[in-house]
Design a protein around this ligand. Structure first.
Ligand SMILES: Cc1cc2nc3c(=O)[nH]c(=O)nc-3n(C[C@H](O)[C@H](O)[C@H](O)COP(=O)(O)OP(=O)(O)OC[C@H]3O[C@@H](n4cnc5c(N)ncnc54)[C@H](O)[C@@H]3O)c2cc1C
Length: 394
């Protein structure tokens, strides 16, 4: 029942994969904490966590992203043990498969430099010349390809919705309360958020408040009186069948900006929105024409067998885009001692949710990062105009 004048040690706005990961990690670090998750849609119909492609990679330009994904990959491997409830072991269907990032001849030197940085930070990533690519992937056209980076470990894909449900179920088993409610206001007392007002008229007082509202995080920041450079950006995902087998197909990132990977017996593919600033990219209306106009020609140019494909499904979801530098914003909110952020992952959030949730929970419980120092992803960088740019945004 929704109550008045309740108090929780921690209130989390948003019960997607990020809010649920923070909730789960908080309870594993300190079982005494009372934690409430406010989630306006317990069916997660339009949540990014439901609509994700749920792939995980080592190939980032920012080493902090490599560390977040590496730590999360280890968690996903152990998810059945760590998230089991009464012997019921969840299956997040992790498949260790490679990413193949291709560069044009003009982009090849940049890719080589990226490979050196990634290897220096522990990435097991092979640099392949066009001949190597042709030998290894005979179905791939190497026309206008200068080089490719192929992940050898710690990359692949998984079932993001199962991860969300498993985190949520485990958090609840540990005593976290999930409540169907929409946060609509925050009461600020000096440098603290005192309470959260909900659309149903109830109020909940909080010791700490976490903004885990995904693509809608800027609205929650606005309620607290500061600006967060995060906005929803529509991305469409197209599923298709291909009659010809494509053996050992990685997740391929083409120099044209499109990506594709196997999904079940077929494939899925996507491309960046055509005009990121267009108003329709703030909606979840499907851009059906993107398949014929953009994707199919690019797919067929890269894999000749993709000339003959049949589209079987399509959906659209929001990336939570950080327009400042395309990277997560993790840590304390500006000017507020008890509000925390875990926002702006810009299309690489579901893979980083285990590690990001752990990092934030450590900051909240211990006052400092212990397992993984993600201090450079704090809001301070925005206030000080020091971007931590991520160059590989898919
Ligand atoms: C098409 C697509 C493909 C993607 N592919 C990948 C990928 O391959 N790899 C990867 O790592 N990431 C990928 N992502 C990104 C990833 O899915 C997100 O980064 C991640 O799911 C974000 O989780 P979240 O919990 O922050 O947001 P969400 O899952 O959106 O959860 C936020 C929750 O907050 C709730 N909420 C919002 N406002 C309020 C409020 N005021 N009160 C109460 N509740 C509120 C919402 O209902 C929602 O359930 C993809 C995303 C999309 C859309």
């Amino acid at each position: 029942m929704n109550g008045q004048n309740e108090t929780f040690d921690v209130v989390i706005v948003g019960g997607g994969v990020m809010g649920s990961s923070v909730a789960y990690h908080l309870k594993t670090l300190d079982a005494r904490l009372s934690v409430l998750v406010l989630e306006r849609d317990p069916n997660y119909t339009t949540a990014s966590s439901t609509l994700s492609v749920s792939s995980i990679r080592q190939q980032f330009s920012a080493p902090v992203n490599m560390a977040l994904s590496r730590n999360s990959f280890a968690f996903l491997r152990e998810a059945a043990d760590r998230l089991q409830v009464d012997g019921d072991r969840p299956d997040v269907a992790l498949q260790e498969r490679a990413y193949l990032q291709l560069a044009s001849p003009a982009g090849a030197d940049g890719l080589r430099a990226m490979n050196a940085v990634q290897r220096a930070h522990g990435g097991d990533i092979a640099l392949l010349e066009p001949d190597d690519l042709a030998r290894r992937f005979p179905w791939l056209s190497i026309d206008s390809i200068g080089a490719g980076n192929l992940g050898l470990r710690g990359e692949g894909w998984f079932d993001g919705y199962s991860l969300l449900q498993a985190l949520r179920r485990k958090a609840r088993a540990l005593g976290v309360e999930y409540r169907k409610a929409e946060a609509v206001s925050l009461r600020r007392e000096g440098e603290r958020i005192a309470s959260v007002g909900c659309a149903d008229g109830s109020t909940v007082a909080c010791g700490m408040l976490v903004n885990a509202a995904g693509p809608h995080a800027a609205r929650v920041a606005d309620m607290a009186g500061f600006a967060l450079p995060v906005h929803p950006e529509r991305h469409c995902v197209f599923v298709f069948d291909c009659k010809t087998p494509i053996p050992d197909c990685p997740l391929v990132i083409d120099p044209s900006g499109i990506y594709f990977r196997p999904e079940g017996k077929g494939f899925l593919a996507g491309a960046p929105p055509r005009d990121a600033h267009a108003p329709e990219n703030r909606t979840l209306e499907i851009d059906h024409a993107q398949f014929e106009d953009v994707l199919w020609p690019a797919l067929a140019a890269r894999v000749p067998a993709f000339e003959a494909i049949r589209q079987t499904a399509v959906w659209a979801g929001f990336y939570e885009m950080n327009s400042f530098d395309h990277n997560a914003i993790i840590g304390r909110a500006p000017g507020l001692a008890n509000m925390l952020l875990v926002n702006g992952f810009s299309g690489h959030g579901i893979q980083q949710s285990p590690a990001a949730g752990l990092a934030l929970a450590e900051l909240m419980v211990h006052g400092a990062y212990r397992t993984l120092d993600v201090g450079e992803l704090g809001y301070e960088r925005i206030a000080q105009n020091r971007p931590v740019r991520e160059l590989i945004v898919i």
